[in-house]
Design a protein around this ligand. Structure first.
Ligand code: ADP
Length: 358
């Protein structure tokens, strides 16, 4: 029960003048500390009277007792605080901190009393702005990826209708090229839709029961034709039944994307090994190829959407640049982990760990 509402029901509390003065034994400092954002209280001279732990964290110093300008150097914020401390209206000021890394804040500055001081509440906008930038980049990348095959399609179509109008052989050639561009657009749209579906459900853990051995065996069957064409042998080994809680279709997509990549980029190694084993409370699936490997600087970025070590190579092999982003999201939805190890000249190893079914 709230100490200040006592036993009065709310309707009565509003009608009757309270017999006792409302009283809360909390200091101004307690209130500042309880705020969910970094907050500072400044006196009429610009000295910091109180700063909560969040503000000390953001400013990386304890500003209490010092002039505000010792911890915040941005002139617009200092001016707004001086104006509010002199009794002017509340304002919002956006500013950036560059050290130790670039961060953006919205400072809400409001007057306290009549020229007695100001309250400064900071909101960290860095993550919001990053997400907005990523969204804009994603739309630009997706449009560019779709426009490239569309431009090629239009070009071939013009040739068929123009220069090659009476040349059946050339027409057959261009129609073949058009089909491969249309397939590329279809793959891209399929991957974009998969990614958006998985992202939408990322917070919901899938509920089915899936045998990872069976998933891996199915993927080996599906890819056997591709492996044969590339002259590559795919081996599958398992140390026993591996039941996990998950979505079978999504886990098939994980194993298929990893195994397909191993074949697409590592077929020069002539062998792809898929191994499944128990590791504590986890099922671990490892896809290993013996191809050219990946340079260390690329590894942390491979799961970014549209990131490719070599765009031309990926395109020529039917890649969209979304396969590993899809793998990462599915694995995270299954409360699992993806790890990538690679050495140039020796090949790559992609491992996925998913909690075993309890
Ligand atoms: P893509 O559709 O281009 O294959 P992915 O997201 O699946 O997109 O992979 C991103 C990039 O990672 C690929 O373009 C390729 O450069 C690199 N890559 C993925 N798997 C391997 C592998 N087994 N060996 C070498 N490079 C790989």
């Amino acid at each position: 029960m709230w100490p200040f509402s006592r036993n009065l029901p709310p309707a009565q509390a509003a009608d009757v003048a309270s017999p006792e003065p409302l009283y809360l034994s909390a200091s101004v400092n307690d209130i500042i500390q309880a705020l969910p954002d970094p907050a500072l209280m400044v006196d009429g001279q610009g000295r910091v009277l109180h700063a909560n732990a969040l503000a000390r964290d953001v400013l990386e110093t304890d500003p209490q007792g010092l002039h505000l300008s010792a911890s915040i150097r941005n002139p617009a914020v200092l001016e707004a605080v001086a104006a509010a401390a002199a009794g002017e209206e509340a304002v919002n000021v956006e500013y950036e901190l560059r050290v130790p890394m670039l961060r953006s804040f919205l400072a809400h500055v409001s007057p306290l009393g009549q020229g007695q001081g100001a309250l400064l509440v900071l909101r960290d906008l860095t993550r919001e702005q990053q997400i907005e930038r990523m969204r804009a980049d994603f739309v630009a990348n997706a449009s560019h990826e779709l426009r490239t095959p569309l431009t090629a399609l239009t070009g071939f179509l013009e040739t068929i209708l123009g220069a090659a109008r009476n040349d059946e052989k050339a027409q057959a050639k261009f129609l073949g090229l058009m089909r491969s561009q249309a397939e590329r657009m279809r793959r891209l749209i399929d991957d974009l839709l998969s990614l958006s579906r998985i992202e939408m459900n990322e917070h919901v853990r899938p509920q089915g029961e899936v045998d990872l051995n069976q998933v891996a065996a199915h993927v080996c069957d599906v890819l056997s034709g591709m492996a044969r064409e590339l002259g590559c042998e795919v081996s599958l080994s398992a140390d026993g039944p591996l039941l996990v809680t998950g979505s079978r279709d999504e886990l098939v997509q994980v194993v298929q994307n990893l195994a397909e990549n191993a074949l697409k980029y590592g077929s020069s190694g002539k062998r792809v090994d898929i191994a499944l084993r128990h590791d504590g409370g986890f099922a671990e699936l490892t896809v290993r190829d013996h191809g050219p490997g990946i340079a260390a600087e690329h590894i942390p970025r491979l799961t970014e959407r549209f990131y490719r070590v070599n765009v031309q190579e990926s395109r020529s092999r039917g890649g969209t640049g979304l396969g590993l982003a899809i793998v990462k999201h599915i694995v995270s939805r299954h409360r699992g982990r993806l790890s990538i190890a690679s050495e140039l000249g020796k090949g790559s190893e992609f491992s996925v760990k998913i909690p075993l079914k309890a």
